[in-house]
Ligand binder design. Sequence first.
Ligand SMILES: [Zn+2]
Length: 117
Amino acid sequence: MLSVLALAFIKLNLIKMKLLLCLKCSDVFSLNFKEKTCGCGETKGCYIDELNAEISGNCEPIGFANKSFIDAIKMQQIENKHYDGNRDTCCKGIEFTAFIIPLWASSVKRVSAKTEA
Ligand SMILES: [Zn+2]
């Protein structure tokens, strides 16, 4: 069972749980306050504050439904503890809800790619 401290840590990190999918190279990566770039270099993004992000490139931003994700983590960790070593017992893990963040979402701003000096 997860401790209260572990659950608080998970919730804190999920407040900013946006990912980017590069439609050119198919890389998926999470955003943080330092700008990240996909493998091909086309897609970039970072948080500008605790909620809002700026992205650029041929990409789609992805969000997780936080409660669904946290519940799935907790449930999978419980199931993992009861795993009996038989790989035929169950074939898939706990599902959760993810979604494509729409173009009109106020928390993600599409900007032109910044050029390196
Ligand atoms: Zn890419």
